[in-house]
Design a protein around this ligand. Structure first.
Ligand code: KG4
Ligand code: ZN
Length: 347
């Protein structure tokens, strides 16, 4: 018998994603983003995102089926992001998934968005090593997780206590007059700049902070430090060296992220680090993570950038794993859970 065909639906933020996989093979990954509608607000507007999901759902679904060369009737299971995320946005995906599961008579899996960011790597690099240490960094989350089994055993080791890493990128980009979302623009600008030009603070790395927050992150102090630095420059009438600020800021973020990820892996006795979420697309983060991990004899896995940002393939990948491991499907009264805890992989 061939491996199960699983359709995954993602609507937790501003991307309407429909992915289709067969086992670990990716057949289609259709994404419609409302990012441009939010750009002038400098951040995602929940109501705008929900409306955009409603409009994009059916066309994106059709596009995914066409790319994969399958009919809806061929699908063996439906997976959907049940949380965490924006409540109204999640609701659109969950409602669509329930309708499909009910009308097709197929099992429904309401899965955790964070675990899906981990599971997606299987589509590119094969089965996940277990255990592995996952660092998820995006506009909405920054966490270090111990993953023993992506369908049941995800243990949080630390997370951000204020801004998410991607949020810091977006806010600093805004300060520098770069477009939203700022991460890719900072990444590009930083290549022309000097990463040691300005010594920005590394949050939660002092000896005292490490006692309580060894694996936690804080980026709000860094963001404020950049704002003060830029303001002082402007007040003195000097031009702001955008590339140097971008490079020095990026260096500070990547330094803390990779330092803590490697420390967590070593402490947990884990040899594989997996990085996911939109910020994993950052070129400096990738390079620094590999360099620091290899120095400790650890391996790093990072999915290609298109699979790091939010998409439906990641949800399909996790759903496929649920089917493969015989997990009990969700009930048809599955709720959208905007603050779904990371330990709860399947709702
Ligand atoms: O995972 P994602 O698509 O959506 C969320 O769940 O948030 O991540 C989006 C975030 C944004 O904050 C964006 O600025 C950031 O990922 N990002 C980057 C890069 N590409 C995207 N940050 C730094 N460097 C990049 N190259
Ligand atoms: Zn995400």
């Amino acid at each position: 018998m061939s491996e199960p065909l699983v359709l995954g639906i993602e609507t937790s933020c501003d991307e309407t994603g429909i992915g289709i996989v067969r086992g670990h093979t990716l057949l289609a990954d259709a994404v419609a983003s409302s990012v441009e509608e939010h750009a002038r607000f400098g951040g995602v507007v929940p109501e705008v995102a929900s409306r955009a999901h409603l409009e994009a759902m059916v066309p994106t679904l059709e596009r995914a089926c066409e790319t994969a060369g399958v009919r809806l009737g061929d699908v063996d299971a439906i997976a959907v992001t049940a949380g965490p995320g924006l409540a109204g946005a999640l609701l659109v995906g969950v409602a669509a998934a329930k309708s499909l599961a009910l009308s097709l008579g197929k099992p429904l899996y309401g899965v955790n968005h964070l675990a899906a960011h981990v599971a997606v790597d299987q589509l590119e690099h094969g089965p996940l090593p277990d255990p592995c240490l996952a660092m998820l960094v995006s506009g909405g989350h920054s966490s270090l997780l111990r993953v023993d089994d992506v369908t049941t055993g995800v243990t949080p080791l630390g997370s951000t206590i204020d801004d998410a890493a991607g949020e810091a990128f977006d806010k600093v980009a805004r300060l520098l007059g770069l477009p939203f979302p700022g991460g890719p623009h900072i990444d590009r600008s930083a290549r022309e700049g000097d990463s040691v030009a300005i010594d920005f603070p590394r949050g939660l790395t002092s000896r005292r902070d490490l006692e309580r927050h060894r694996f936690d992150f804080s980026f709000s102090g860094l963001k404020t430090a950049v704002a003060r630095w830029v303001e002082a420059r402007e007040a003195s009438g000097e031009p702001v060296p955008v590339a140097d600020v971008a490079a020095s800021f990026q260096e500070a973020v990547c330094d803390v992220l990779t330092r803590k990820a490697v420390d967590a892996a070593v402490t947990q006795g884990i040899e594989d680090i997996l990085i996911g979420g939109g910020v994993a697309a950052n070129s400096r983060l990738r390079a620094m993570a590999v360099e620091r991990a290899e120095a400790k004899g650890l391996r790093v896995r990072v999915p290609r950038p298109g699979l790091c940002t939010d998409n439906g393939a990641m949800v399909a990948a996790l759903g496929s794993e649920m089917v493969a491991r015989g997990r009990t499907p969700s009930a048809l009264d599955l709720p959208a859970d905007s603050s779904m805890p990371v330990e709860l992989v399947l709702r």
